[in-house]
Design a protein around this ligand. Structure first.
Ligand SMILES: [Zn+2]
Ligand SMILES: [Zn+2]
Length: 270
């Protein structure tokens, strides 16, 4: 079975340069079996930006149309941005609609987007990364209506530090807490290939010890998403990261349909 890109942003996300039709055509061209459109819901984004909201009915109508027109599976998703003070609104928004798959992510820490340099002022590397992970843990205790934890190492994407990696040896305690929670509650951990791209001059690195530990604790479900905001990135580096995931002991890549886990067996490449 072919892989599904389980994390993509269409024109319903204000920061995306890709139309849904392009995502689907590119997924077909890339030899994928499916694509999940997971547009942003970030209620009360800092800096007063309320544009990270969309009309799921309109988005879903379009997803369903494209699904009916193309040979690959096109599924309805959402990427929920978690903040402790907006949980009630997020819950009611999500509950009003039917999604195939929900990704929950942290985009803001203590009211600041780590995309901007101000997050790092007065924080050393361990504090900056550690606070991001703690925020994930706090949020998933409060918001559980999701299938996949998005980009646990998002914080390394924009960090101004030379070491852009969440080392298991440094953050093992908090990672274990997050992973135990995911495993006990039947959630998947995402490998997001958007993280491992050159930014600020270097490429963030995935510590495979993190994945091995997740496996050791009983984690089975790993999803793979490009987090594409433009067509060129659909399915980006999937061969490479599938192999990384396989080498850490996993045999399947997971995505969700009707909120149920779908498993795609990893084939060996030569
Ligand atoms: Zn995200
Ligand atoms: Zn995303």
């Amino acid at each position: 079975m072919k892989l599904t890109d389980s994390h993509t942003h269409s024109e319903f996300s204000p920061d995306s340069r890709m139309r849904m039709e392009q995502a689907v055509s590119q997924a077909i061209a890339a030899g994928l079996g499916g694509v999940i459109i997971t547009d942003h819901l970030d209620i009360r984004a800092p800096k007063g930006d309320d544009s990270f909201l969309f009309d799921p009915l309109e988005q879903q109508k379009k997803v369903e149309l494209l699904n009916s027109l193309h040979p690959i599976e096109v599924l309805k998703g959402i990427e929920v941005g978690m903040q402790l003070h907006t949980m009630a609104e997020v819950k009611s928004f999500v509950a009003r609609h039917k999604f195939d798959q929900i990704i929950a992510s942290v985009h803001f820490v203590d009211g600041i987007d780590p995309y901007y340099g101000e997050y790092y002022v007065g924080k050393d590397q361990d504090t900056a990364y550690g606070r991001y992970l703690e925020t994930i843990y706090l949020c998933i205790q409060e918001y559980t209506d999701f299938d996949i934890l998005g980009h646990y190492d998002y914080i390394t994407r924009y960090a101004p530090f030379t070491e852009r990696i969440i080392h298991h040896s440094k953050f093992g305690d908090i990672l274990d807490q997050i992973f135990r929670f995911l495993i006990q509650n039947g959630k998947a951990l995402e490998i997001n290939t958007n993280t491992y791209r050159k930014k600020n001059g270097t490429i963030p690195v995935l510590d495979t010890a993190v994945l091995k530990r997740y496996k050791e604790l009983g984690g089975e479900a790993i999803s793979l998403g490009s987090d594409a905001h433009d067509p060129e990135r659909i399915g980006e580096k999937f061969d490479h990261f599938t192999e990384v995931i396989r080498s850490c002991g996993f045999r399947y890549i997971t995505h969700y349909k009707n909120r149920e886990a779908q498993f795609t067996k990893i084939h060996l490449h030569r």
